[in-house]
Structure formats: structure tokens, C-alpha cells
Design a protein around this ligand. Structure first.
Ligand SMILES: C[S@@+](CC[C@H](N)C(=O)[O-])C[C@H]1O[C@@H](n2cnc3c(N)ncnc32)[C@H](O)[C@@H]1O
Length: 240
């Protein structure tokens, strides 16, 4: 696991009104948080780069939507030879964008502090939403994906990773327990895990694999593949 500032945000009790947001405190420890909380995170980021290398069309742009600290933006730039466009890293969290602006010096990446629902993508063959859609208002998700898919270049792809619920109750219970165990194994206490779950309840709304796949069909995408699943986290590639 990488050396970075340790996430101790939920070591202490939280107030009843506390809600998880991507503020300065979260941005400051995000690297440690995401690595200790998302099973397969490094694999995901690395392979989003590999998939992008395969589908990238020369002289087009890449959009990393909900880019946080730009792990995916950096991964695609590392993997694609002769990259000839811009990577637009978009995030509504000013704290995340500020950290990136201070730490990343790559002229190919343009940092944009904006709501992804307001973004019009231009000349793009790759759009990435790695663990982002789950934080977008449920009512806006279909419109957002429909717009992105319609603006995507032909033969381009959207890569979407989400935490999911499992349709069969026993499967869902099994994976939720295993995910808790994964976090405990990475040094979080049961209390920290429970506090963060409560904090996330109103911010991160999880959908089932079927709901996602129904939405892909509804926006007119029939050519999609689930290329990753680790416990209750899945990633799809949608091809136009
Ligand atoms: C779990 S993080 C994504 C992780 C990141 N993609 C990665 O691979 O490391 C979710 C990010 O999406 C951003 N976000 C959530 N809703 C958003 C929205 N409507 N518009 C822009 N960014 C959003 C958050 O600020 C946060 O940085």
C-alpha cells in the first residue's frame, strides 16, 4: 500500500447531522481512504489505463469525470503512447482540484472545477466515471449518461465503476460482510466503518447491477461488458 496521509476521519464520534462530502479533510486523506476502502482500486486504475490505450482514437480528448486526485487521468497518460489530445479532469470538489493543481504538472491535463452534469464533452473517444456516478443525484443519472453517450465519438467508450447491491439477498449480505472484513483487514475499526457508512447514507446511493445495465440499454447502448468485479464493486465498458 502507498505511503500517504492516513485516514483517521471517523476515529472519533460524529454528530447526527454530519454528512460525507469531498471537502478539504477528505481530499487530504483521499488516497489512503480509497486504497483501504475499495477492493481492487489499484487494479482498476491501472486497467482503466490499459482499456483506454486500446480504445483511444488519435487526436481526441479523454474526460475523467469525478477525477478526485487524477489517478485515472495519470494512468491513461502513462499507458497511451503518443497521446495527442487533452485529458479533462472534472470534479465538483474544489479541494480535490486544488490538490491536483498544486501537485500535478502535466500540460496534457486540464483541471475543471465543475458539476459533471453541466459538462459538454467534445471530440472524445474515452469517458471515465470511476466510482463517481454513485454520488450523482439518482434522478440525474440517466440524462447524464444519455448525453455523454450521444456526445461520445463513434467507437468510443465510457468506463463506469460503481459499488453495487446484489440482487439475491444472501449474495448481498455475503459481499457487504466481506467488504467490511476487507476494510477491517486494512486497519479500520468496526466503529470507523459504521460511522462512515452512516455518513455516506445520504451522499452515496448504490444501485444494483441490473439497474445499471437497464440504464445502459435505455440510453441506447447494447454493446457493454462487465470487465471487473471484486466483492460488491463492478466496472463496465460501454462501446458506441
Ligand atoms: C470516489 S471519488 C472518485 C474517484 C476517482 N475517480 C478515482 O479514480 O480515484 C468521487 C469523486 O466524484 C466527485 N463528484 C461527485 N459528484 C460529482 C458531480 N456531480 N460533479 C463532479 N464531480 C463529482 C467527488 O468530488 C469525488 O472527487
Amino acid at each position: 500500500m502507498k505511503e500517504c496521509k492516513k485516514d483517521n476521519l471517523y476515529k472519533k464520534k460524529i454528530s447526527k447531522s454530519h454528512k460525507f462530502t469531498f471537502d478539504n479533510k477528505v481530499a487530504d486523506v483521499f488516497e489512503d481512504m480509497v486504497n483501504r476502502s475499495v477492493p481492487g482500486y489499484d487494479f482498476l486504475v491501472d486497467n482503466i489505463g490499459v482499456l483506454s490505450k486500446n480504445f483511444y482514437q488519435p487526436n481526441t480528448n479523454i474526460y475523467d469525470l469525478g477525477s478526485s486526485l487524477c489517478s485515472c487521468s495519470l494512468s491513461v497518460l502513462e499507458k497511451i503512447d503518443n497521446f495527442s489530445g487533452k485529458v479533462f479532469a472534472v470534479d465538483s470538489s474544489k479541494a480535490m482540484i486544488d490538490i491536483c493543481k498544486n501537485n500535478i504538472n502535466k500540460e496534457e491535463i486540464k483541471f475543471i472545477n465543475q458539476d459533471i452534469c453541466e459538462v459538454d464533452v467534445k471530440n472524445t473517444s474515452i469517458i471515465i466515471l470511476n466510482l463517481t456516478l454513485q454520488f450523482v443525484d439518482l434522478k440525474k443519472r440517466t440524462n447524464l449518461l444519455e448525453k455523454l453517450f450521444s456526445q461520445l465519438n463513434k467507437n468510443g467508450v465510457i468506463i463506469i465503476t460503481e459499488k453495487i447491491t446484489l440482487d439475491k439477498e444472501s449474495d448481498d449480505i455475503f459481499f457487504k460482510k466481506f467488504h467490511d472484513f476487507y476494510k477491517e483487514n486494512n486497519g479500520y475499526t468496526k466503529e470507523e466503518i459504521d460511522r462512515k457508512k452512516i455518513a455516506l447514507e445520504k451522499t452515496m446511493l448504490i444501485e444494483s447491477e441490473k439497474s445499471h445495465e437497464r440504464r445502459f440499454l435505455n440510453i441506447g447502448c447494447e454493446n457493454f461488458y462487465k470487465w471487473f468485479q471484486c466483492y460488491n464493486f463492478a466496472s463496465w465498458i460501454l462501446i458506441k
